[in-house]
Design a protein around this ligand. Structure first.
Ligand SMILES: NC(=O)c1ccc[n+]([C@@H]2O[C@H](COP(=O)([O-])OP(=O)(O)OC[C@H]3O[C@@H](n4cnc5c(N)ncnc54)[C@H](OP(=O)(O)O)[C@@H]3O)[C@@H](O)[C@H]2O)c1
Length: 262
């Protein structure tokens, strides 16, 4: 995820000498330096010394350890801290640092890897407008951003766009499977389904009308699409998808409790 963000920023014209990265793995540091000529450190404290923005892009399980390696610097420098770790609450980040800090919590998604992500952002009360526009500019390197008013809304962002790519991948799997059941070869099934998904997403994004209206426009009375949609609705597609999203939101809340030691 860090590589995607750095790649997006470089692509939007930010020069490598504005970044410093830290990673314990030399292999990862080399991969990061392949993106652009940046300073890479094997030590978090050396990396963030003098920095005014720190992006924490480690797995949630190692956030406490990574923060504790730099807590005295964070207390002294008071940089803007941006966390992209899923399920780590601002109160836990603050507790691990040891004192209140300006923090923006971000929930990105994997299409950031192809510069087509979307992120939900929440800022704590210690952030000012400059902090918020900085966080927004960084995350916009990999796609649009949406600000939310409450930290708990990040759980909803997780259930919608964080986990959302998998819902669309699942639909692709189902459609490819159906195409093959009806006799198409795997390559034909893949081309038809993936291009249909891409086309529908682009049409919805580039059109002035809402997805529901686009659907109605392609649903002729007594036609094939109407037959499909009626059957899907009668089989409970609305309930199934909404129940799945609710399960993701519930799990996000639960993980935050577990990762933050309750
Ligand atoms: N991937 C997604 O779609 C997605 C979506 C939303 C949010 N996120 C969040 O983004 C964060 C990063 O995810 P990712 O998939 O990019 O993880 P990742 O590939 O594991 O990247 C994390 C990097 O941090 C390094 N690291 C581990 N411990 C460290 C430490 N103490 N100090 C400094 N660096 C350390 C890791 O090195 P080693 O490999 O050597 O351990 C690894 O290179 C996660 O918190 C995740 O919840 C990801």
């Amino acid at each position: 995820m860090a590589r995607s963000i750095i790649g997006g920023l470089v692509g939007s014209g930010v020069s490598g000498n504005q970044f410093r990265v830290s990673d314990p793995s030399s292999e990862q540091r080399i991969r990061l330096q392949e993106i652009t000529d940046l300073n890479a450190f094997d030590n978090n404290a050396d990396c963030i010394a003098g920095c005014d923005i720190v992006v924490m892009a480690v797995k949630p399980q190692v956030m406490e350890e990574a923060l504790s390696s730099v807590d005295s610097l964070l207390k002294a420098q008071k940089p803007l801290l941006i966390s992209i770790a899923a399920g780590i609450l601002i109160k836990d980040i603050t507790r691990w640092i040891g004192e209140p800090t300006p923090i923006v919590r971000v929930m990105p998604n994997t299409p950031a890897l192809v510069n087509c992500g979307v992120s939900g952002l929440f800022a704590n009360q210690l952030t000012d407008e400059q902090h918020k526009s900085t966080a927004q500019a960084i995350m916009q390197a990999v796609g649009p951003v949406v600000w939310v008013d409450r930290e708990s809304d990040i759980d909803t962002v997780t259930g919608i766009s964080g986990s959302g790519p998998a819902y669309f991948f699942k639909l692709m799997e189902i459609m490819m499977d159906a195409a093959q059941t009806h006799g198409l070869n795997p390559e034909a099934a893949r081309t038809l389904v993936l291009q249909t998904a891409l086309g529908a997403a682009r049409l919805a994004n580039e059109s002035d009308v809402e997805p529901g209206e686009l659907r109605r426009q392609v649903t002729s009375p007594k036609g094939t699409t109407e037959a499909a949609i009626n059957t899907m609705e009668n089989e409970g597609i609305d309930h199934t998808v909404k129940a799945g999203i609710q399960a993701a939101i519930d799990r996000s809340e639960e993980l935050a409790r577990i990762l933050g030691d309750g």
